[in-house]
Design a protein around this ligand. Structure first.
Ligand code: NAI
Length: 328
C-alpha cells in the first residue's frame, strides 16, 4: 500500500478545522486509496482544544488515518508536508483598519511561507483559506522562493459552489447539470461569478436565465454576500461549507477536472485576461495529473470586463498595501 500523505492543517482547533479534519481522515480529500497523516498547527492557547479534536479523530477509527500530530511551531508543522491547508488567520475585529488586518496576517503567513520553503515536501500543494485569502497566499508565496510559485493557491471554490447552487435553484435544475462556472478575481465582495461561460445542459447559462436584471441585481450580489447572509442566519460564519469547498479544491487539483468542465481557483496570474502577473486571482482552471492550467481564449464582454477589472484592482490595492508594509 501507499505511504501516507502528510497533510498540514493550520487553525485546526477552529470551526472550519473541526468540519475539515474528519473529512480528510475519512479519505474525501485525496481518495479512498490514500492514507493520510495529519499535522495540525495551532497557536499555543489552542493546542489543548486541538488535542481534543485529535482524540475525536482517534475515536473515528478511520482506516485511512495513519496518525495525528499537533504543533505550535510552523517549522515543525510543515516538515514533510505534501498538502498544506492554511485555515488559521487573524479575523478583522471591531475598529480594526485594513492595514492592521493585513499586518496581523503578515505575522502569520510570512513565517508559514518560510516554514514551507524550509521543510515541505517537493510536491507541496498549498491552499490558503484564511482571509484575506488571496493576499495571505501572496505573502506566504513571497517567503517561499524555492517552491514553484504555482503551488500557492487561495480558495474561491466556496464562491464557485455557491454560484452553482444559486443558478441551479433559479433554473430548477440539478447542480450536476451545470458546468464551466467561473469566479474571477478576489475572494471578497468584489468577486465576479460569470454566467457568460457557464453552461446548463449545454446552453450558455446567461441565455438560459435570460434575465439580465436578475443576473446583475440578484445573482452576483447573492453569491458575493452569501458569507454575510450565513453569519446573519447562523450566528457564526460559514464553516462546514467552507471545509467542503477546501476538500473540493484539493481533490480537484489532485484528481483532475472532468472532460468538458473546469473549476475556479485563485492562482498566481501569468498575465492571462489582463490580470497583472503574480497577483493571486481567481480564474477558470482545468486540472490534470496534479497540475492546473488557466483556461485560455475566453471572450470577455464589457459587462464581465468591468467586473473583473474592479476585483483585480482591489487585489492590486491589497498587494500594494502589503508591499508597503514590507510583507512581500
Ligand atoms: P476560527 O476563528 O473558528 O478558527 C481559526 C483558528 O485559527 C483558531 O483556532 C485560531 O487559534 C487559529 N490560528 C490563529 N492564528 C494561527 C496561527 N498563526 N497558526 C495556526 N493557527 C492559528 O475561524 P474559522 O471559522 O475556522 O475560519 C478560518 C478562516 O477562514 C477565517 O480567516 C475565515 O475568514 C476564513 N474563511 C475563508 C473562506 C473562503 O472562502 N476563502 C470561507 C470561510 C471562512
Amino acid at each position: 500500500t501507499q505511504a501516507p500523505v502528510n497533510v498540514t492543517v493550520t487553525g485546526a482547533a477552529g470551526q472550519i478545522g473541526y468540519a475539515l479534519l474528519f473529512r480528510i481522515a475519512s479519505g474525501q480529500l485525496l481518495g479512498p486509496d490514500t492514507p493520510v497523516k495529519l499535522r495540525l498547527l495551532e497557536i499555543p492557547q489552542a493546542v489543548k482544544a486541538a488535542e481534543g479534536t485529535a482524540m475525536e479523530l482517534e475515536d473515528g477509527a478511520f482506516p485511512l488515518l495513519a496518525g495525528t500530530d499537533i504543533f505550535d511551531d510552523p517549522k515543525q508543522a510543515f516538515e514533510g508536508a505534501n498538502v498544506a491547508l492554511l485555515v488559521g488567520a487573524r479575523p478583522r475585529t471591531k475598529g480594526m483598519e485594513r492595514g492592521d488586518l493585513l499586518e496581523a496576517n503578515g505575522g502569520i503567513f510570512k513565517p508559514q511561507g518560510e516554514a514551507i520553503n524550509a521543510g515541505a515536501a517537493d510536491d507541496i500543494k498549498v491552499l490558503v483559506v484564511g482571509n484575506p485569502a488571496n493576499t495571505n497566499a501572496l505573502i506566504a508565496r513571497s517567503h517561499a522562493p524555492d517552491v514553484p510559485a504555482e503551488r500557492f493557491t487561495a480558495m474561491t471554490r466556496l464562491d464557485h459552489n455557491r454560484a452553482i447552487a444559486q443558478l441551479a435553484r433559479k433554473l430548477g435544475v440539478a447542480v450536476s447539470e451545470i458546468r464551466k462556472m467561473t469566479i474571477w478575481g478576489n475572494h471578497s465582495a468584489t468577486q465576479y461569478p460569470d454566467l457568460f461561460h457557464a453552461e446548463v445542459g449545454g446552453r450558455i447559462a446567461a441565455e438560459a436565465v435570460n434575465d439580465e436584471a436578475w443576473l446583475a441585481n440578484e445573482f452576483i450580489p447573492t453569491v458575493a454576500k452569501r458569507g454575510a447572509a450565513i453569519i446573519e442566519a447562523r450566528g457564526a460564519s460559514s464553516a462546514a461549507s467552507a471545509a467542503s469547498a477546501a476538500i473540493d479544491h484539493i481533490h480537484t487539483w489532485v484528481n483532475g477536472t472532468p472532460e468538458g468542465d473546469w473549476t475556479s481557483m485563485a492562482v498566481p496570474s501569468d498575465g492571462s485576461y489582463g490580470v497583472p502577473e503574480g497577483l493571486i486571482s481567481s480564474f477558470p482552471v482545468t486540472t490534470r495529473d496534479g497540475a492546473y492550467q488557466i483556461v485560455q481564449g475566453l471572450q470577455i464582454d464589457d459587462f464581465s470586463r468591468a467586473r473583473i477589472d474592479a476585483s483585480v484592482a482591489e487585489l492590486v490595492e491589497e498587494r500594494d498595501a502589503v508591499t508597503k508594509l514590507g510583507l512581500v
